[in-house]
Ligand binder design. Structure first.
Ligand code: EPU
Length: 420
């Protein structure tokens, strides 16, 4: 198993480009099921999770591949017979596989998808996905660990989500585009990735209005056509690179981002003492040696994203003062804390809140990644720590970052991947 080895202490300088967004690519790849023919997607990040989604689609009988020459291009062909089933073996490795549920039941009238279990960051039920599909007329049964959904023809309906859910909003939206009549969805997730999926579906011929707000209206259509689309930049990867600049006291331009998708993070970095400037579609972060502590509360978009909480905690662990970080989206997303302790951080957890007392310096140590964003947090801390930090269980990192160590190394970090 690979590990990442970092020798801390280098200030990062230079320019780096964000890759395509994982959390937009996954639902968009699943949406290809909604039309016959081949859809082509560009700027698709080369990530383990994307490979898993392609595999899920292939298992069903789609022709889903990454281009061998144009490596940011993926094609999904839906021609002929589809087995509308996502098996346990794949869903257990990536819960976002559940995103095929809505398209399958809408298009093929039947879906059998393994129930995702809990995961490292929380219980993560899918009751809201199922509630939405039921409101559109799907029959739902849970048997032998699988969700079985059937509907001869979905019908438009009203869905009022009890909890704001990103993939739940996406799943129900993908089902409603082929339902008969109008669907009104309330209390929807407003993440840019939801808006991006709606943009793709509308290009395919769907009639969706309001995506990016909490009320989405969908007029069902009889059929959709395949699409060609370039995926938007990954705001979380871009944010992680900005924090890398900040924690190292560097000066880095992250190119090809959508700055307005990153307002909450930029506001916090500025409050902490970074100078953040917009340069075209890029964001530059220039940081002093030591930042001020800031408080963070994660909420749904446009609030501070839970997917940046672990990275900000690494930054706060070496800031001046005490930072209070509250995690409101997932109940168990502090798994990085004991590992940050190993590097010398002073963090106390009180329920959903972490109190981070900034220390002057961290010292390198072997640590273990426990989930995707935790692994990014440990690498960031390693950039600042004195001496050598080895981050093991790097497969978590590879699920959501396209060769992060190469991007950081090009900015001057002393970082490499080693076969353990
Ligand atoms: N929830 C329910 N019932 C549901 C659905 C969600 O109670 O039916 C709860 C969850 O347990 C959680 C909260 O609602 O407490 C929000 O979960 P949400 O459904 O929004 O999360 P998700 O759709 O499973 C996506 C991202 C996550 C990101 C969250 C929150 C994808 C593929 N995943 O997950 O990304 O953290 O939204 O923004 O889009 C990551 O990239 O590292 C990652 C975990």
């Amino acid at each position: 198993m690979d590990k990442i080895v970092i020798k801390g202490g280098q200030a990062l300088h230079g320019e780096v480009q964000a890759s395509g967004a994982k959390n937009a690519a996954l639902p968009i790849l699943a949406s290809a099921l909604l039309a016959d023919g081949t859809s082509t997607y560009r700027n698709v990040p080369a990530l383990a999770d994307v490979a898993t989604m392609l595999k899920v689609l292939r298992t069903m009988g789609c022709d889903a591949e990454r281009d061998s020459e144009e490596t940011d291009v993926c094609r999904v062909g839906v021609n002929g017979h589809i087995t509308p089933e996502a098996p346990y073996d794949l869903v257990k490795t990536m819960r976002a596989s559940v995103l095929v549920l809505g398209p399958l039941v809408a298009r093929f009238g039947r879906a059998r998808v393994s129930m995702p279990g809990g995961c490292a960051i929380g219980a993560r039920p899918i009751d809201q996905h199922l509630k939405g599909l039921k409101a559109l007329g799907a029959d739902i049964h849970l048997t032998e660990g699988y969700v079985e959904a059937t509907a001869k023809q979905l019908k438009g309906g009203t869905v009022n989500f009890d909890v704001i859910t990103v993939t739940g909003t996406e799943n129900v939206m993908m089902a409603a585009v082929l339902a008969k009549g109008r669907t009104l969805m309330e209390n929807c997730a407003r993440e840019p990735e939801v808006e991006e999926l709606a943009k793709v579906l509308n290009k395919m011929g769907a009639r969706i209005e309001g995506a990016g707000t909490s009320s989405i209206t969908i007029e069902g259509v009889d059929g959709l056509k395949p699409v060609e689309h370039a995926i938007l930049p990954d705001r979380i990867e871009a944010g992680t690179l900005l924090v890398a600049a900040a924690i190292s006291g560097g000066d880095v331009l992250v190119k090809r981002v959508v700055p307005e998708h990153m307002d909450a993070l930029v506001e916090k970095l500025r409050e902490a003492g970074c100078t953040i400037t917009t340069e075209g579609s890029g964001l530059r972060c220039k940081a002093p040696q030591r930042l001020d502590a800031v408080n963070i509360t994660t909420t749904e978009h446009p609030g501070f994203p839970t997917d940046m909480q672990a990275q900000l905690m690494a930054l706060m662990s070496v800031s001046q003062g005490t930072s209070v970080i509250s995690e409101n989206i997932f109940e168990n997303r502090f798994m990085h804390v004991p590992e940050l302790h190993r590097l010398g951080a002073d963090i106390t957890i009180q329920g959903p809140t972490a109190v981070v007392k900034g220390v002057k310096g961290l010292s390198g140590a072997p640590v273990m990644a426990t989930d995707l964003r935790a692994s990014a947090s440990l690498i960031l801390a390693g950039l600042r720590a004195e001496g050598r930090t080895d981050v093991s269980r790097v497969y978590h990192l590879d699920r959501g970052y396209e060769r992060l160590e190469r991007k950081l190394s090009a900015l001057g970090a002393d970082i490499r991947r080693e076969k353990a």
